[in-house]
Design a protein around this ligand. Structure first.
Ligand code: SAM
Length: 341
């Protein structure tokens, strides 16, 4: 995409109503993905975290959290259930938890590949680790990695991530890219101190990184964090952000996030009509998922994975799209070069 094309998209973004922006993004999305909405089975396997991000409900300092770790067998049971429902893509997400050593995660990745006869994509989302660990997980079969940069503003990033610099996060994303992962990142909208200029820069950073996947969700203040009582992101802000990113990255996989569904009962449908093409049913066992509380009023907490899946099918049909059980690999140009030493 040329500099001039990017400028035209930004001009359109600034001068258009949210409805017009969403309509254009939806057209671009349908040109690339038709009516398909890909599913990723999300397993939130640990809520232990050694980070202390100011916005996050599972931050280290929140002593109200009931902490849990799923065993390898519990994780594999969730995968089996998802596989029986036809899922071919699994996302393993956790806090930054070194209990899951490089070897343990290698074991789990290999077992998932065996259970799914190599047919399912495995996505990891466990935060910042060494490049060597990323390379080892890739070598045993991990396909994709998700790690949001959260905000592209270096000062805001360092403040909200309790001292961890944006530079370090971007270095980790670079490491992942060099290891050959399909690369996912993204950000929250409506963080305290965020400006419209930052929101545009967030979208431009996604383009600069040539991401294969982009997760964008509203910031939702959590009462048990230092950001309690602050304002959060709105559904309109989220629609505008997703639409802009779809225009800048026509081929990226973009989920309609749970956070969007948590601030608006029709939030995910609205985002799927504004450029998104992915949903992530939460297949974490009910016992654990109710303790993965990043923010209040998170949806689907008392539903098991199967119920979650059925609900999503109806939601997708209601907007004239259809669920695809394909792996939904990236059509993008992201990471393709370079191998890890
Ligand atoms: N540890 C991994 C990492 O740092 O990438 C993954 C887990 S982290 C809890 C997953 C995502 O939750 C973060 O990237 C952040 O964008 C989102 N999140 C955390 N707190 C949130 C909040 N209060 N509102 C909305 N999203 C939130």
């Amino acid at each position: 995409m040329s500099k001039q094309e990017i400028e035209e998209i930004l001009a359109f973004y600034h001068n258009s109503s949210t409805q017009d922006l969403a309509r254009r993004a939806d057209t671009v999305c349908r040109m690339n993905y038709g009516n398909a909405v890909y599913l990723r089975g999300l397993i939130e396997f640990s809520n232990h975290c050694h980070s202390d991000c100011l916005y996050c409900g599972i931050r280290k300092s929140n002593d109200k959290v009931v902490r849990y770790r799923m065993s390898k067998e519990e994780i594999l049971d969730a995968v089996r259930m998802g596989k029986d429902c036809g899922l071919k893509s699994f996302v393993l997400q956790s806090g930054e938890d070194s209990f899951y050593t490089c070897d343990l995660l290698c074991d789990i990745i290999q077992a998932i590949k065996e259970i799914t006869q190599g047919q399912a994509a495995v996505t990891l989302s466990c935060g910042i680790r060494s490049k060597q660990q990323y390379a080892q997980w890739k070598a045993v079969g991990a396909d994709r990695y998700l790690m949001r940069f959260e905000t592209s503003d270096p000062d805001l990033h360092e403040r909200l991530r309790h001292g961890i610099s944006l530079k370090r996060r971007l270095q980790a994303l670079e490491d992942l890219k060099e290891c050959g992962y399909e690369l996912g990142s993204g950000y929250m909208v409506g963080l305290p101190g965020e400006t419209e200029e930052m929101r545009v820069n967030n979208a431009l950073l996604c383009h600069k990184l040539q991401l294969d996947m982009v997760g964008i969700g509203p910031f939702i203040p959590n009462q048990d964090t230092p950001l309690a009582g602050q304002g959060g992101g709105s559904i309109e802000m989220t629609i505008r952000a997703v639409s802009l990113v779809r225009l800048l990255l026509p081929k990226a996989n973009i989920p309609a996030t749970t956070a969007a569904g948590s601030i608006d009962p029709q939030g995910r449908e609205k985002i799927l009509q504004a450029g998104a093409n992915v949903l992530m049913p939460n297949i974490t066992p009910v016992l654990q998922k109710k303790n993965y509380l990043l923010y209040p009023d998170k949806i689907c907490l008392d539903e098991d994975g199967l119920k979650c899946l059925n609900c999503l099918k109806y939601r997708v049909l209601s907007i004239n799209k259809s669920i695809s059980l394909e792996r939904g690999d990236s059509l993008g140009i992201g990471m393709k070069n370079g191998l890890c030493e």
